[in-house]
Design a protein around this ligand. Structure first.
Ligand code: MIC
Ligand code: SF4
Length: 641
């Protein structure tokens, strides 16, 4: 029987487990990627394992999230730690300014057919060139750097069959927005989204990468394009021909689900506040006043994306509307250098764009927070409430074409009204200069790891008790994001300082939460569907663990966050009957007896609601390995034995 691309890669990397949907399998990890906001913890954890040199084929540490801190040493301390730890342990270090991890990795390192684990949820970007790239918590990435396999639930495979060709002014972002509209932010949980059909060949690798990048918003395990002639051209233009190999699905490959998208029929789309799946046609919102436009992020900051914007302004002789503040964050030094040499950058400067560093910047709330109640159109991937740094801002997600049209007219406008579409030719060769990527030290013994006062020791979970009790400290609704649990923005500088960062837990929902949890000595959290969607930040588990949280009882969980909870010894439990969610109130006292016995007896667990005198039936869905991790008090304790 024929195989799809997912099966081919998983089979060639399988370490253990049976290849059937729902089973836990373990796979070999070829490459790893970290960024600074998750990297410090990942490397502290790697150090705790005592492995002198990474055992992967390639590991890269990027600095792209926290680069321009105002009034403090914390970021700079983190950067120094990351650079020295990389030099000592065989890791390549991409300096701040070299670009956003996913864009740089696509350009310089991704390899079709290989596997990669990255401590960032948008790691699947490299799926654009046929690499199986998966986002995970820092601890899982640390284990992979130490040579351990990555454990995952064998996914269902969805084929997204692309037909036809995109019309002018419609671009890759519209494809993924359309998919988000159809599938929602939890529609991809437990699935790999594989792209196929004749429409694939009309999309360049950076366009494919826009689509795989934002597959993270579907909750998917990862997204994958085939590696074909288009991929070969891209790698050749990056002087990496030798990394290419063909990887396509067999003609008779089977899929769990097939979705068709006719590219010809797609229109410019936009995601409304505050969720990437609140998608409608741009034409439906025409005329809405816009205060801010931000172009960039790992989704839309490639050479093509920025040149489209530059050419729209240049050809039309347009200026940025006086009521709009427009920023540009190039995806990489390569992109920035190329658009500066070909004058694309000059066109944007001339038009009135504000040029930012080649980093995440406004995407993670680092600068350019919108004005009060401001409308911000962003080419980014997430528009969760408050993520921009302005609680009442209205953030919309769209393509560079739609963003440029709004920047010109000061209102949301269908870009098809702009006239002739500036089609951008893909470069035959990219400008190659890897001088901002520092290779590991030749003599690691001589490298001293520099730790400033912001790098605090790693907290380790307590061994779990046979009887767990505590109050319901907070009751939440559906789709709670990791930005709600441990916000980024101004808190980002405390990523290496868990005691301090823990003060941020749920702060936007309940400012007293952290005090409450501490006074109560911990307790439980009740939540609705898709708890923990969004980022891979393990701090969203680590900080609650530090505050004594013992279990999260939800209607369902996002994949990466569920794994992170297990890794830090917090029980992620799912209501057997969703209606039971209504039967638990904030402050109710809950109790789980004979935990080990209950976990080992099967998938069901009984929780006593002591306050209401009722029992709640929940499921855990843990593999035997995960039960051992939970009982050991988290993965670090489990690994130490
Ligand atoms: C994000 O987009 O939310 C981040 C910041 O890149 C996170 C990682 C982090 O929280 O450090 C992600 O997507 O995993
Ligand atoms: Fe950076 Fe934004 Fe991409 Fe996260 S989503 S890696 S913050 S650019």
């Amino acid at each position: 029987m024929g195989k799809n691309i997912t099966q081919k890669i998983l089979e060639s990397h399988l370490v253990s487990g049976a290849m059937a949907a729902g089973n836990e399998i373990a796979i070999r990890v070829d490459q790893t990627l970290t960024q600074d906001a998750t990297g410090t913890m990942a490397y502290l954890q790697f150090e705790a394992m005592g492995v002198p040199k990474v055992k992967t084929k390639l590991s890269v540490s990027y600095v792209d999230h926290n680069t321009l801190q105002y009034g403090g040493f914390e970021n700079a301390d983190d950067h120094r730690f990351l650079q020295t730890v990389a030099a000592k342990h065989g890791i390549y270090f991409s300096r701040p300014g070299n670009g956003i991890c996913h864009q740089v990795h696509l350009e310089r390192f991704g390899v079709p057919g290989q596997t990669m684990l990255g401590s960032d949820s948008h790691t699947p970007t490299c799926g654009g060139l046929g690499m199986m790239a998966i986002g995970a918590g820092g601890l899982d990435v640390a284990v992979a750097m130490g040579g351990g396999p990555f454990n995952l639930t064998y996914p269902k495979v969805v084929l997204v069959k692309l037909k036809g060709k995109l019309k002018p002014w419609v671009s890759a972002k519209d494809v993924i927005l359309e998919l988000l509209r159809r599938m929602t932010v939890k529609g991809g949980v437990g699935k790999v989204i594989e792209y196929g059909g004749e429409g694939v060949k009309s999309l360049s690798v950076p366009e494919r990468a826009t689509i795989t990048n934002m597959g993270a918003e579907l909750g998917a395990t990862t997204s994958l394009f085939p590696s074909d002639d288009v991929t070969k051209e891209f790698l050749k233009a990056q002087k990496r021909d030798k990394d290419w190999k063909e990887l396509v699905a067999d003609e008779d490959a089977k899929y769990d689900e097939i979705i068709e998208i006719d590219l010809n029929k797609l229109e410019p789309m936009i995601a409304k506040p505050h969720s990437p799946d609140a998608v409608c046609k741009v034409s439906e919102l025409e005329g809405m006043k816009v205060d801010q436009v931000c172009i960039g992020s790992c989704t839309n900051s490639s050479y093509r994306d920025l040149m489209v914007v530059a050419e729209i302004f240049r050809k039309g002789g347009h200026k940025v509307n006086p009521n709009v503040s427009m920023t540009i964050s190039p995806g990489s030094k390569q992109v920035l250098e190329m658009i500066s040499l070909n004058k694309g950058l000059a066109s944007m400067i001339e038009a009135g764009a504000r040029i930012l560093e080649a980093t995440c910047g406004p995407c993670i709330g680092n600068g350019q927070s919108p004005p009060s109640k401001g409308v911000s159109l962003r080419t980014f991937n997430r528009n969760f409430e408050g993520r921009s740094g302005t609680k009442d801002a209205q953030v919309y997600l769209c393509s560079p074409e739609v963003a440029a049209a709004a920047a010109i007219y000061g209102v949301i406008m269908d870009p098809r009204k702009l006239g002739k579409y500036p089609k951008i030719a893909m470069p035959k060769s990219y400008l190659i200069d890897d001088s901002m990527i520092i290779p590991p030290a030749k003599d690691p013994a001589k490298v001293e790891i520099l730790r400033g006062p912001n790098i605090k020791a790693l907290p380790v979970a307590q061994k779990i008790q046979p009887v767990i009790g505590g109050a319901t400290l907070i009751k939440l609704g559906d789709n709670i994001t990791t930005d709600h649990i441990t916000p980024a923005g101004t808190w980002l500088k405390y990523r290496s300082n868990v005691p301090k960062y823990s003060e941020s837990v749920f702060s936007a929902i309940d400012a007293q939460f952290h005090e409450k949890a501490k006074t109560a000595g911990g307790g439980f959290v009740i939540a609705g569907e898709n708890y923990g969607q969004g980022s891979s930040r393990e701090h969203a588990a680590l900080c609650p663990m530090y505050l004594g949280i013992k279990g999260i009882i939800a209607k369902s969980f996002a994949r990466i966050h569920k794994d992170n909870l297990v890794n830090f010894g917090i029980l992620p439990l799912t209501f057997s009957n969703s209606a039971d969610y209504d039967a638990v109130d904030q402050s109710d006292k809950l109790e789980i007896n004979d935990l080990a016995k209950q976990l080992e007896a099967g998938d069901s667990l009984i929780i006593k609601n002591v306050t209401k005198g009722k029992e709640i039936k929940v499921k855990h869905g843990f593999s035997p390995r995960q039960i051992d991790i939970i009982l050991a008090g988290g993965l670090l304790n489990f690994t130490k034995g």
